[in-house]
Structures are given as C-alpha cells and as structure tokens.
Design a protein around this ligand. Structure first.
Ligand code: KG4
Ligand code: ZN
Length: 338
C-alpha cells in the first residue's frame, strides 16, 4: 500500500510517498528555517505563509520522484493534524482533504508526536514491541511505553520546557542563533574535540536523579542564564564549553531517566526520536547503552533525515495505524495530546 503523507506542523513543508510503512519512494522537505533565523525564532504567520508557498511544489516533486504523477498508484493519504501551529497545520490538512475528495482516497489523521516514533520503522531493522520511546523534540519531551502499534502509555516527560526548547533558548542566551539545537551541538563539538577529557559539571541536572520518570529543563535554562552573566565578569568558560556543558546536562538527564524506565518496564527495544535525536552525542550515548549495560535491548534512532520533522514518518504511522476517517470530521488540532 502506497501512502501519500503530508507534514506541515511547524516550519517544514514535507510530502512523502511511503510503501507499506517502511519503504520511502520520496520524501521532500522544504524548510522556512532560514527565514526564521533572521527574526531569531519562528513567527507563526510567516511560517504559515511559507507553507502555502511550498505546498504545491513539494507535492509535485514528491509525486514525480515516486513516479506517481496524477496520484497514480496512491492508495491513501496521511496528514498531520496536530500538535503544531494552527496556520501551518491548516495548509497541510486542507490540502490532504482536497486531494482525498478529488481523487476519492481514504484519509488518515496523524498525531505528529506519536509519528516521530515511526522514523525508526523506516529501516531494515525496526524496533520490536514492547518498546519504550524517548520522544525529544522542540515542543515535546515524552516517555512512552508501547505494547504494540496504537497502544501508547505515557510514562513520564517534561514538567515544563521540552529538551529541544531548552537547547533553543540556551542557544539564544549564548548568542548562537536559531535554531539553537544544531548550533549548540556544533559549538559543543568544537570544545569536545579539543578537550575530550574535561569533566562537564558547571550546570545542574534538575530532577535527573530523583525517583520520578519526569524531567524539568526550565531550571537548566535559568542556570545557564546565571552562568553566562557570571562568565561575563570572570571569563571562566568559552562559549563552546558552555554549549558542551548544556549538551552534557541534557544528555545525562535523558540517559538517567531512560535507564530508570527500562528497569521498570523491561522493553525489547528503546526508541530515541524527535528532532533532538539528531544530536550526535545524545545518539552515541544512547547507542552505547546497548553495548554496555543493556545488551539484551535493541536501541533505535532514526536516520538523520527522519529525526527532524518529515512526512515519511507520517506515512509510516498512517500505514501501521490505518484508521481512515471521514474528511468532514478531520480538523487541525494545535493542542493534540497523546
Ligand atoms: O521534531 P522537531 O524537528 O520539531 C518539533 O516537532 O518540535 O524538533 C526540533 C527541535 C528543535 O528544538 C531543534 O533545536 C532540535 O530539535 N534539534 C537539535 C538538533 N537538531 C535539531 N537539538 C540538539 N542537537 C541537534 N543536533
Ligand atoms: Zn517534530
């Protein structure tokens, strides 16, 4: 079954054609990130306008690349309905509803956060159930136990800021620009390459060692702001070291909570996903878990292109959770939960 998938929750316009949930025939991603970098963050109105501009070209390109011009061979349509920015979501949802009506195709509404897990199904070695998913993105940090497709049990997550949000806000505090995550990671890597043995403990790890499955990142942002202010006086740290300190604090926190949840749940696989899973150090610390303490559990991280927002994961989710709905009842939901 070939699914045409559309993702427009934020600042990426993505269209993919995915067969049987695993085989990506095309995945076009047009991003308006560069425009948002100029304003230091995404202005929702601007993001929505770019979605309108990019939608039809992305659609045409994805169909052409998959040799499905005129919707030839497409069996169904999957679309992100939330969470996200309302203006951005509307563009994708209305496009999908129009295509479904004109070409008489089933339409599957998709929860963007749940779909991040499916970035790891676009692989020759997909995860096995039951699995624990560590979903770390710009808007969400959720820890989820899945006994099978469609069965989600939320077992923990952030009490305030998301991990990506913490990277982004601290990136701004450090003057590293937008989006902060990749910029912090790049600066941190410069420090780590030059000082591989330096212990990084200038920042706290709020809640990392307590007896809950939750995390909190807003205190880390406040601690970073304080440290930067102090550093302006005593010049103890370079910007690159501060970036490495932040990255290490976030990674330590996520790793500790993951180990705790694994102990409680004994899953067969652990999935690290969401935009922050593009972080090379985070990824390697997760993969190292398998070699060291958790040899019986397989650890899965999406390919880099399926870590950050993309429509291929939407197409995979729609296949494995094939529940078409009447297009008239489908509407964007910016606050959509698990
Ligand atoms: O999943 P995603 O693409 O969009 C949302 O659903 O939010 O995640 C975007 C988040 C941003 O906060 C971005 O800074 C972060 O992922 N991110 C990273 C890296 N690449 C993207 N964070 C840390 N290191 C990275 N290399
Ligand atoms: Zn996302």
């Amino acid at each position: 079954m070939k699914i045409l998938a559309i993702e427009t929750s934020f600042d990426e316009t993505s269209v993919a054609i995915v067969e049987d949930g695993v085989r990506v025939h095309s995945c076009v991603i047009s991003s308006s990130m560069d425009m948002h970098a100029k304003t230091g963050g995404a202005i929702p109105e601007n993001a929505a306008r770019k979605q309108v501009e990019y939608m039809i070209p992305a659609l045409n390109e994805a169909l052409a690349e998959a040799h499905c011009e005129d919707m030839n061979g497409i069996d169904a349509i999957g679309v992100t309905v939330g969470p996200g920015l309302i203006g951005s979501l509307l563009v994708g949802v209305e496009t999908a509803k129009t295509l479904a009506a004109v070409f008489n195709k089933p339409l599957i509404p998709v929860n963007h956060v749940k779909a991040h897990v499916y970035g790891t199904f676009l692989s020759d070695t997909p995860p096995q159930f039951p699995l624990v998913a560590i979903i770390v993105s710009g808007g969400h940090t959720d820890f989820v136990y899945m006994s099978e497709h469609g069965q989600y049990e939320w077992v923990g997550g952030t009490r305030d800021d998301a991990a990506g949000e913490c990277f982004d806000k601290c990136g701004r505090i450090l003057g590293l620009g937008y989006p902060g995550g990749p910029a912090v990671a790049k600066a941190a890597q410069i420090f780590l390459d030059a000082h591989p043995t330096t212990k990084l403990h200038a920042l706290p790890r709020p809640m990392a060692f307590d007896d809950t499955n939750d995390v909190s990142f807003s205190g880390l942002k406040t601690a970073m702001a304080r440290l930067v202010k102090q550093n302006e006086v005593d010049h103890t740290y370079s910007t690159e070291q501060l970036a490495a300190e932040l990255q290490e604090a976030i990674i330590d926190t996520l790793i500790n909570k993951t180990k705790r949840i694994i102990q409680q749940r004994s899953p067969r696989s652990v999935v690290l996903c969401g935009g922050v899973s593009a972080n090379v150090q985070l990824k390697s610390r997760f993969l190292a878990l398998q070699k060291n303490e958790l040899a019986s559990i397989s650890i899965h991280v999406p390919d880099l292109k399926y870590s950050t927002d993309n429509a291929a994961m939407i197409g995979s989710y729609a296949f494995f959770n094939y529940h078409p709905e009447n297009p008239d009842s489908i509407a964007p939901n910016p606050e959509l939960h698990f």
